[in-house]
Design a protein around this ligand. Sequence first.
Ligand SMILES: Cc1cc2nc3c(=O)[nH]c(=O)nc-3n(C[C@H](O)[C@H](O)[C@H](O)COP(=O)(O)OP(=O)(O)OC[C@H]3O[C@@H](n4cnc5c(N)ncnc54)[C@H](O)[C@@H]3O)c2cc1C
Length: 368
Amino acid sequence: MVPREVESFREYVRSVAESIRPHAMTVDKEDRFARESVEKVFEAGLGGVIIPREYGGLGLSTLHYVVFIEELTKACPSTAVTFAVTSGLVANFLINFASEGLKKEYLPKLSTGENIGAFGLTEPCCGSDAGALRTRAEEVEGGFRITGQKQFITNASVADFVIVMAKTDPERGKKGITAFLVPTGSEGFHILKDEDKLGWRGSVTSAISLDGVFVPYERVIGKRGEGFKYALASLDAGRIGIAAMGVGTIARAFELARDYVLKKGLEKDQRYSFRVADLLSMLEVAREYTYRAAKVKDSGVRYTRYAAVAKLVSSEFAMKSVNILLDIMGPDGVVWGEAERLWRDTKILEIGEGTSEIQRLVIAREVL
Ligand SMILES: Cc1cc2nc3c(=O)[nH]c(=O)nc-3n(C[C@H](O)[C@H](O)[C@H](O)COP(=O)(O)OP(=O)(O)OC[C@H]3O[C@@H](n4cnc5c(N)ncnc54)[C@H](O)[C@@H]3O)c2cc1C
């Protein structure tokens, strides 16, 4: 059960999401950042759902945040992932690990949309095995110089800063990785390209080159050598966001399938009605479990396993749900339109913030 005030919050988010729905197909077609949709969400005061009030946010729970991402996804997955990164992954990273100075400088800007953030862990060499990353941060007078490349970084080419994980002490392996807040305007910071993707075409995903970028000590996040630990902890939180995107996807697949079956008068035919029943069942399970993971996180106990199960189940159910949607719609589902776009937007849920295999690895490690 969801508290009444979370449901009222959902109603508000839904009204904002409805205003961005019309842009979702346009940005997909034009393969460009959903800027006007992102701006509308910020204008509606929803940039800082989980950011504490003292830093200009709404100071709401993870459950509110899940509902926020779920409703945005139903309207526009590209907009939803933009916020899942800047208002989820990145905000969580700063809230939990940054100095008071960095929090005061950046969290209010993330809340209003004055800044958009990105998270830079993956490299051409390493994604699943991110601890093997090769980007180096060499200590120099006053700070560090970072050199290396990052790949598949959501928001990077529209962001004001990227949280970059780099090796300060390579001989210490994963314990030699440190996190840095790198403004994208820094000398030596280059966007190499924006990817031309299957889905989330209204969200930018970029390759970055860091060519001796100077980062002063004040922009080191937390302690030297703890960056990988922070990244994994932030990915736990991020995975709840991706699970929420899965829930929104299944909810939308269910709505589209139900409307199609009713419109075509197929509701008495079990070949169709049973599949709609499957969609609702997957929605209920994914939603309940994702909300549970959010509540466990907010209770303050270790929630790694819950986040990984939520992400695994929700993203795999989401992929099944869009397959069912297209099965129901047949040719009507494969011509360019919302069902077809939703199908393309969904595969990435099984890849980003750790593939399904990596979720299984995390879950197995937690219990074996
Ligand atoms: C659209 C998009 C947005 C992204 N945004 C970001 C972002 O903002 N920031 C960021 O840092 N990264 C981001 N990523 C990167 C993403 O997290 C990685 O692509 C993902 O973790 C997989 O890593 P990889 O690409 O190196 O694939 P690989 O690790 O090479 O994986 C390839 C395949 O091998 C499997 N595999 C790998 N290791 C194992 C294992 N030990 N056991 C079993 N199977 C295994 C994987 O499951 C996968 O099927 C994004 C990716 C995409 C596609």
